[in-house]
Design a protein around this ligand. Sequence first.
Ligand code: AMP
Length: 465
Amino acid sequence: MEHFDDFGLADPLLRAVKQEGYTIPTPIQKKAIPCVMAGKDLLGCAQTGTGKTAAFALPILHRLGCAPQTGGRRRIRTLVLTPTRELAAQIGESFAAYGRHSHLRSTAIFGGVRQSPQTKALERGVDILVATPGRLMDLMSQGFVRLDAVEIFVLDEADRMLDMGFIDDVRRIVSHLPARRQTLLFSATMPAKVRDLADSILRRDCVSVTIAPEAPVADTVEQAVYFVDQGDKRELLTHVLGDSRVTRALIFTRTKHGADKVTRHLRNASIPAEAIHSNKSQNARTRALDDFKSGKTRVLVASDIAARGLDVDDISHVINYDLPQEPEVYVHRIGRTGRAGVSGIALTFCDPNERESLDIIESLINERIPTISEHPWHSPIPTMRAMADKKPARRPSQRPPRRGGDARGGRSRPAQPAAGRSGGSATASRPERKAAEPSASSSGQRKRRGSRGRRSSSGQSARQQ
Ligand code: AMP
């Protein structure tokens, strides 16, 4: 299946795919689309940014379109359950885009916004419903949603769903679905609790599709770590953002309060920035995201609400101002850059107290993140890491060296210090601060992106996080 035409998808879908600018199916699409079209259950292990939305949305639209509902009001024939409002909005937009030439109707429901536009859409009748668990259960209890005609159920980001404490809600919702149905479960990671859930909701003969489990970090993301004391992070951040190659930066803090503080600091330093986190009203979140997407603001500071699912084109840099509590979150955070074949840079600011978290992250991704030490706030490399640097790589045999990898199975330090490159960097004005930042997205490698990332995020919502 080298081209979309090879799948046998209905013409209206192929037209939409073309309009999105997709030519070659991604690996998850190659594997999942034929299975889903054949009506099989699917267990998909794939990170975000792999094109997994189209991997399920296209064959679902195909199946529903091939067997149109006869007579009467439309009933919900597909339910997609997803953990966050942003994801629900994005998946809803994808269904609308891929299904634009079909007669099928879809809508997304999520908390944090007034329910009446959502209930009106439901009353008009929809074939495909994308929902977060909380709002779905609310609207079910009010009688706006019935799930007894669902033919296909998608559980998206199952690991995240469980991490966020939605397991009981998920099970309750599943109990309202017809037993005879097609089920697709997607998860970035497959811990035991996700497997248990999968065992209980998927048919025994389900197809398992795993995309690059050995390489949770896309090859298109160049990573680097700065060792810096917590108190110096602000200065370092201003310094890094001074680099003109930082064209669109997403900064992650551990807390909402931290996101606000960093945003204030940047504004005081005359760097326009917006914060996005769950204490912000939905309108403020939508506005911040729209401004970021349109390029009005270059810097968005986020708590982990945005770590998953946020689909913004051309984020040149992800900056981990704080290390995340959960190592997996690191992978999701940096997955906001380097999407769909476009290269990106992920920089991590690590205080000595965070070094253990860094070690765990490096174990998880099975690579050593190169250090940038040539900056004025460099805090001496913590002992554990210094020792580790002298040791051979961890588990070298488990993974072949990756692009740019060194002999230890990890990545070598970026070859060219930014200061030595044309285009200038924040570090260039002071030669002694040669930061070894890899250059941002090389345009030659850019893959044509679909329109999804450019779509308006209006209607996106905020409650789950
Ligand atoms: P997802 O993993 O579904 O969030 O998709 C990540 C990004 O890849 C989205 O911006 C999609 O529009 C884009 N995308 C999905 N499939 C393809 C494809 N076959 N070719 C190019 N871009 C794609």
